[in-house]
Structure formats: C-alpha cells, structure tokens
Design a protein around this ligand. Structure first.
Ligand code: AMP
Length: 566
C-alpha cells in the first residue's frame, strides 16, 4: 500500500458562522427586511445582523448554554429568527427549529426528545408556550422574541429577547468549530408514532447552501432580493437563510402574513426577484393577482416544491406573468434539496411540448446528490422514463441516521426516500407515488395509518384504508375507503363525525366511501397504489367547494399521484 499524497491546501472548516461573517464583511450594507409580528416593517443590514447574532451568542453563553446544547425556536420568518440561526450555531450550539403547526403533544415530545435547553418563541405562540411549558420540565428558559414593551401576558415565566441582547456588546469572535459537529436539528413526521430528528452538521449545511445557490439550482446572487415564503421551521426554509448570506442576496421575510395580498405587496415593495414555497401558498398569490388585475414588476423566478406542483400552476406563472416557476423536490432528510426542473441549453432547443414535459417533472439532481430507482428486488431500474421504483439517494447533505436512534435507515449506503419515481434519459426524475403511508395536506403531514386505526375502532367498520386524493387547494387530502361489518351500518357523516376530538380538525378525512372489499398485495397489506388508481377521479366534496381557484379551470391530468407513463 502506498501512502496517498495529500493535497497541501488550508484545512479551513466549513462553518455556518462563516456564511454570515462573509455577508457582513463583503455585503455589509445589503438589507434584510422583515414584516414584524409587532405589525411594522423592520430593516437593517447583514452587518447589523451579525452584530446582533453575536450579542445573542454572548447572551446564551452567559445563560450557561454550551456547545452541543439544543436551542429550540417557535417562530415565523423574520430577522430575530435569522439571528437565532447564527447566534446559536456560531458558538457550537444547535439551532432546533420547531414546527408550531404540530399538535402541542407532538411539540412537547419534540422539545423533550431534543432536550432543548432554551426555547425562543414569537409572541404569537405565547399561549402555545403556556401549554407546552408544564410538559417540558427540562427547558431552562423560554425567551419571547420581542422587547419588554411587547411582552405578552403569560402564565409561563419568560424573558424578553431584546432585554437579553441589550446586556451584551457583540464584541465576540466566532470560534473555529469542527465542521462535522452538529449545527441544526429538524424533526419530520414518521408514518406512525413520534416525529424523528434530522441532525445536520456545519459541513452538510454549508455544502447544501453552496448547492442550493448554484445557477442550475436557485441561482442566487448579490443582485437578488429573495423572499422565502417557506417557513424557517420547514427544513431551514430550504436553506435560503444560509444561501442568501453566502451569495449576498437581499433577504425579505414575510413574518406570519402569508396570504396573497400581503405577499404581493411585500414582493413589489422590496423588488423581490426570487421566492420559494409550497403550491398552496402560490395558489393564494395567483388568486390575488388575478382578481386584483395586477402584475409582478420584479419577480423573475420562484421555486415550488414540498408537494407536487400542478402543471397548470407552472404554466400560469410562465405564460400569464412571465415568472419562471421551478418545480423542485427534496425532503427533511436531504437538508432538503434534491432535484430541480431547470433545462440545460440543449433542452431549451427542443419543442415547446418536450420542454414543458421536462419542466413538469420534479427535475434533475443538484451536484452533491446522487439518486437511483430500485425495484422490489433491490436492483437498479433503467432511466427510461417508464420503469418506476423506490427512489434512493445519497450525498454529503443526506441523512446517515436519525437523532438518538441506533438503527440505520440506509439500504446499501443509500437513503430510501419513501417516494416512488421514474427517471428519464435526461436524468429528470418524476414522482409517481409514495410508498410511505403519509398524506401531505398543504405542507403538513397526516398519518394515514393513524386515520385508519381510528376508523377500525368504530364498531361498524371491518376494514379501512386512508389514501391521498387530489385537491385543488391542498394538493392532497385524506379519503377514507371503508368496508362495513356484515349486518352493521354507519353513514358517511357518522363516520367522519367519529373523528371529532380524536385528531386535529385538519386530519379528519374530507370524504368517506364504502366498498365491498379492499384490494391487498400478495403479502396481505392494503394495496394503496391500486386504491389510489381506483379513486384517481374521485372528486372530494371539499374540492368542489374551492371557489376562485385560478387553477381549477386549467387543471389537467398528470398532477395526480399516478400519472400515465410517457
Ligand atoms: P418533508 O420532509 O416534510 O419536506 O417532505 C418530503 C416529502 O414531500 C418527499 O419525500 C415527497 O414525498 C414530498 N414532496 C416534496 N416535494 C415534492 C414534489 N415536488 N412533488 C411530489 N412530492 C414532493
């Protein structure tokens, strides 16, 4: 064995703090604009942001927080949340963003599982904190992200963020950290049971930010003004709070107002060029611009992902408003960026139909991600756009194992995504189905297994399957398919009412249908794929109720869960 000849370049660790330090030093005057919970618009610069992030780091260290400790956040997109992204990770603590839309019990589980030492929250979540605090005895302090004047009335003893920062001067040097140490933590829903933690490292976060910024990805630069609509509690807002300082892009945060009118006004006022979010949010924005008869004067492109983007939405952005809508796919376990549908030069020379077909897919991998599809026997399937199989990925920003879980989720070194896909000769991936038993309503998960278990507890139900059904607003909504017990009866209304008080309202299926028998696989499991095919054209009553949906009149086949082969 010969000893490898090592390169002789500096071994500078890739740290999250280096992203903000870079922006502060080289794009120091570039603005960060936030719509605040307090009601006004706040503006300052990357230079100001770094100083305050350092003040926060000093404050947390003074409170006894140590490298490796987790700091939770329950917050909208805003400058204080951005400061927390850096003021925690910058000295080695872990920034743990928590989804406030989950049920309080799940949030309490997450806070306790992560063992958060402090939790910072926006004042809109004060009453939620009052519910959580008694269930989370190990949290040493709750910090309201506001000033003394705006402290909300609470039963929990909480301190004000601004008062904490005011005690420190920001005279602090970011320490050099091991790039493999943990930086951020996000939880994702399991098919049943408790959420699972994905613990990112400094190295994975910086590499992901570089990948997300590439011209073939979001293509961010210092000439962009970027507005992440995707919440900072959803996989770190898809990496934008890291990619923007890396590239020097101006950052615009919408706070809690994600309706079409508010987003449009902010986009126009701040000359936003690039944005990112889930289809449901864009539906609200498109409805607003269509009704108001207004146009985008600066928006050039927007990334649409998190759920399958209806082809009609891509077309409407492009043809009616001249905005490039980029369909993307990823997941919490992938930091989240996996693929984006952007064409190379040769593809732009093809017929408009051919280009459209490519753009409607979930897209091409970004450098750093490797993907393959495998059949039931684990063998790789061809990239012909027809063969479909389980989608597996690997790469430096893909999960190795879940936080505090010993068993590896990997298969032969690849992460099985739980999505089913085709890959064509161009390397464009298309999601055709999902093998994991989950339904994605808007951008939040519903466990079909939990819904089925409740149905089965009804005395008149012999067997039940819960499947995703296409919905014009929420992309997917749950449909319950039920076999009644012989001799017993239950109505659709009674069955749906049976869920009241057992799950959150938005988990209750939108419809229930009765069948004589359910399809099963050879191994006796419910044949969800066949069931979804069977109910592909089922129209949910709630879908009929969606008024003013700009896409309804343009909705075409192909956006559902099982599109026809090419
Ligand atoms: P999450 O971890 O909550 O971000 O969810 C990731 C999952 O959302 C993926 O595994 C897919 O099932 C689904 N997903 C994300 N983006 C898309 C997309 N563009 N099309 C279809 N499904 C998507």
């Amino acid at each position: 064995m010969t000893t490898p000849l090592h390169g002789q370049m500096m071994d500078v660790p890739l740290t999250v703090s280096s992203l903000l330090a870079h922006a502060s030093r080289y794009f120091g005057a570039t603005e960060i604009v936030s719509k605040r919970i307090e009601g006004d618009v706040h503006r300052y610069t990357y230079r100001d942001c770094e100083k305050r992030a350092k003040q926060l780091a000093q404050a947390l260290i003074a409170l006894g927080v140590e490298p490796g400790d987790r700091i939770g956040t329950l917050a909208w997109n805003g400058y204080r949340h951005l400061e927390t992204y850096y003021g925690t990770t910058g000295f080695g603590a872990v920034c743990h963003t928590i989804n406030p839309r989950l049920f309080p019990d799940q949030i309490a589980y997450i806070v306790n599982h992560a063992d958060d030492s402090y939790v910072l929250f926006d004042i809109t979540f004060a009453s939620l904190v009052d519910v959580l605090a008694p269930q989370c005895p190990n949290v040493r302090g709750w910090i309201a992200m506001t000033d003394d004047m705006h402290m909300p009335p609470m039963s929990t003893a909480a301190s004000s963020y601004e008062a904490l920062l005011a005690k420190h001067d920001g005279n602090f040097d970011w320490p050099l950290l091991d790039e493999r140490s943990a930086s951020n933590l996000c939880y994702t829903s399991g098919t049943t049971g408790n959420p699972k933690g994905v613990l990112y490292s400094h190295r994975s976060t910086v590499l992901h930010a570089l990948g997300a910024s590439l011209p073939g990805a979001m293509g961010l630069s210092a000439r962009d003004s970027v507005l992440p609509v995707v919440p900072m509690f959803h996989v770190n807002a898809w990496g934008i709070p890291h990619a923007a300082p890396l590239t020097g892009a101006k950052l615009v945060f919408p706070g809690k107002d994600l309706d079409g009118k508010s987003l449009y006004a902010l986009m126009e006022a701040e000359r936003v060029t690039c944005s990112a979010g889930v289809p449901t949010v864009w539906l609200g924005l498109l409805s607003y611009v269509r009704e108001a008869g207004v146009r985008f004067s600066s928006l050039e492109r927007t990334v649409i992902g998190g759920s399958a983007c209806p082809p009609a939405m891509l077309r409407m952005f492009k043809e009616d408003y001249g905005v490039e809508a980029i369909h993307g796919w990823g997941m919490t376990e992938m930091s989240p960026l996996g693929t984006l549908a952007r064409l190379n030069w040769e593809q732009t020379q093809r017929s408009p139909d051919e280009q459209r077909r490519l753009l409607e897919k979930q897209g091409h991998v970004v450098y750093g991600v490797d993907m393959k599809i495998v059949g039931a026997d684990g063998q790789e399937l061809p990239w012909d756009g027809v063969a479909f199989g389980d989608l597996h990925v690997r790469g430096p920003w893909v999960i190795d194992r879940y936080f505090r879980k010993d068993d590896s989720p990997l298969a032969d070194g690849w992460f099985p995504t739980g999505d089913v896909a085709t890959i064509d000769r161009d390397g464009f991936m298309r999601i055709t189905d999902r093998s994991k038993d989950l339904i994605k309503s808007g951008c939040e998960w519903i466990s079909s297994i939990d819904i089925e278990n409740i149905a089965i507890a009804h005395p008149a139900v012999a067997e039940a399957a819960c499947i995703a059904c296409a919905h014009p607003l929420w992309v997917e909504r749950p449909l319950l398919v039920v076999v009644k017990r012989a001799g017993l009866d239950v109505t659709r209304e009674e069955l749906l009412a049976f869920y009241e008080g057992k799950v959150a309202k938005w988990w209750i299926p939108d419809d229930a249908v009765f069948v004589d028998q359910l399809l099963h696989t050879a191994t006796g499991k419910l044949h969800k794929l066949k069931l979804r095919e069977q109910f592909r054209d089922h129209v949910l009553p709630s879908a009929r109720d969606v008024e003013n949906c700009p896409l309804t009149d343009r909705m075409t086949a192909g956006s559902g869960p099982t599109p026809a082969p090419e």
